[in-house]
Design a protein around this ligand. Structure first.
Ligand code: SF4
Length: 240
């Protein structure tokens, strides 16, 4: 299936979806967004990547491009890559049969260059695969736009100041396509999945509006609010 331009969704949506389907629906279908300390730090980090460095930089056999616009009509996604490194193809290696060519030509420079996306993240590597899926979606966009293989990339984590390599293996590609399909399905149906209280809710910027506590308790939001008021008025009852 190929999407039309007006149906493209933000590429970051697949990251939200793998983190929590409800979060993806609240942000991308209901237009809800709330910053918390973590998202503010994350957007400052992205701003530094985009604003404090030249858009294009050459270091011998490495070309660095920042803020590259991406889209895929197959996934129905569009967005911006923090950094794409293009490494000069030095061998005469040929792609396996049926695979895309290795390397692309870049304007104003000779030779072929292999694209390698790098996404900057605050914090540390996480137990879920949301960041890997976001990076893989960038790789799939690039393959569609450039007509060349994007086999690997990296996630840079601010807390640890290190890169974690990511290989775009068939199962990660399948997971990414599945996430893009599900994101479109949520938007098409207008369905917002119910909250499921989980450890991840602690780092979610929407926790104060999603009320996962309320949804995961038996009964309605009304009874949750009533019990919260009761707890505030009579804290000793809550401690018992
Ligand atoms: S608070 Fe929890 S359930 Fe609600 S959107 Fe965030 S992660 Fe999902």
């Amino acid at each position: 299936m190929r999407y039309d331009e007006e149906d493209l969704l933000p590429l970051s949506g697949v990251q939200h979806l793998v983190f929590c389907e409800r979060q993806a629906a609240l942000i991308h279908a209901e237009g809800m967004w709330a910053d918390n300390a973590l998202t503010v730090e994350g957007s400052h980090r992205h701003k530094r990547v985009h604003d404090d460095a030249p858009r294009r930089e050459r270091r011998r056999d490495l070309m660095i491009v920042r803020g590259l616009s991406l889209c895929s009509f197959e996934l129905g996604l569009s967005g911006v890559a923090d950094v794409v490194e293009f490494r000069r193809l030095v061998s005469s290696e040929q792609p396996d049969e049926g695979r895309l060519p290795l390397g692309v030509q870049l304007l104003g420079v000779s030779g072929l260059w292999i694209p390698f996306p790098v996404e900057y993240k605050r914090g540390r590597p996480k137990p879920h695969r949301a960041d890997e899926v976001q990076l893989c979606a960038q790789a799939l966009c690039m393959e569609e736009m450039l007509g060349a293989q994007v086999a690997d990339g990296a996630l840079f984590y601010g807390k640890e100041q290190r890169r974690m390599g990511v290989t775009f293996a068939p199962e990660l590609r399948a997971l990414t396509r599945e996430a893009a399909n599900r994101l479109h399905e949520l938007i098409r149906t207008g369905e917002t999945p119910a909250a499921v209280k989980d450890k991840k809710c602690r780092s979610c910027s929407l926790a104060s509006r999603c009320l996962p506590e309320a949804a995961s308790r038996r009964g309605s939001v009304k009874s949750f609010v009533a019990s919260e008021i009761d707890r505030m008025l009579c804290p000793e009852r809550a401690d018992s």
